[in-house]
Design a protein around this ligand. Sequence first.
Ligand code: PLP
Length: 258
Amino acid sequence: MSRPRTVLCLSGHDPGGGAGLQADIETLAAHGVHALGAITALTVQDSRDVRRVIATDPALLDEQLTVLLADVRPDAVKLGLLGDPAQLPVIVRHLARLAVPVVCDPVLRAGGGTDLVAAGFPAALRALLLPQVTVLTPNAAEARRLVPDVASDLAACAAALLADGCQRVLITGGDEAAPTVVNRAYGGTPPVRVHDWPRLPETFHGAGCTLASAIVARLALGDTADEAIAAGQRWTQAALARAVALGQGRRIPGRLPQ
Ligand code: PLP
């Protein structure tokens, strides 16, 4: 068997397996891509909400990445929940050396409502990380929180995030009140591409992790950013259409082989 493509995932751990690193691993495996994973945070949560985030010590994360990346060079990187702003300089230093496509899901708040990051995190993420990011995938609430001064205008939020240095911003609309889910990809040509999806009746846990992982899988397989953004949404929509209820709260995307 030839060497599979690999994606380095820096993600949190969800003991229920709906979100975080397990969402990444399942999504990547479904694309035939191998996940390398460093856990950025442990969590206490169920399918309704996150109760606690325990960040990985930045020095431990640094040691893990140093040893791993001396051995394997991933084809792309996916960033999910980062438990501590002090992890950012460590991650940025490793990304600069790698120079591969990076998908960043700026996880700021759980779907259940709990805040997952410190007050200074959004500004630090913008200043340090965005110049290294190929595709940023905030939902509308995250985009507004990243750019609070123009929060009423999502296009202005996207423009500010592109000005920070990332190449594409895909703002998803699953958390907005519109009758369909309208996702908008900013950057590139044309400057805005609108992707419209039927709004499914259920609510989901781990949808954002799944989408960012599907996009990074396609980048690792050689897609352009715009191809990956389109294909990642198609794959995620299909996974949401066959989502399963494991616990009492939200459903998790159906990512397992049929
Ligand atoms: N737990 C972890 C480890 C996550 O990475 C995320 C989101 O990315 C969540 C929980 C929250 O997921 P959701 O908002 O889909 O419930």
